[in-house]
Design a protein. Structure first.
Length: 137
């Protein structure tokens, strides 16, 4: 005895179709960013610091260590973003950016400086008179 089976055309799930359309749209429109901007937090033991020169040397070593171990690109910009004392350590935030990241940060800085009373002739100092320090690695 032979049985006859009728096959019904399968309808695709609307969720599957929408997901596929979204994936195709993302691949068609989006492209990977070429800018690299990374912030790293490192710690310096206060017990090892006896003078400001020792702190500067320890900071330089930690920045070099972060540049060699935490990032996989050649930084064009290295900037300290903040410091905080926690217990017997100084936590230091360090920002690394490549050339494209530097351009992106500069364009962001130009947009936020407008209309906030920043003086273009202040030679890089803020209201407290503090001038940023460049760290060479």
């Amino acid at each position: 005895m032979t049985t006859l089976s009728l096959s019904m055309p399968r309808r695709r799930s609307p969720v599957l179709v929408a997901g596929f359309a979204f994936l195709v749209a993302m691949l068609a429109v989006a492209y990977p960013a070429s800018a690299h901007v990374v912030q790293v937090t490192t710690a310096i033991d206060i017990a090892d610091v006896k003078s400001p020169h020792d702190f500067e040397r320890a900071l330089q070593e930690k920045v070099e260590e972060a540049a060699n171990e935490a990032i996989a690109f050649e930084p064009a910009v290295v900037a300290l973003t903040g410091m905080r004392i926690v217990g017997d350590q100084v936590l230091v935030g360090v920002l690394f950016a490549d050339e494209d990241g530097k351009a992106m940060l500069e364009s962001l800085g130009q947009n936020t400086d407008r209309g906030q009373g920043m003086d273009p002739d202040d030679n890089g100092t803020d209201e407290s008179g503090v001038r940023p320090t460049k760290i060479e690695i």
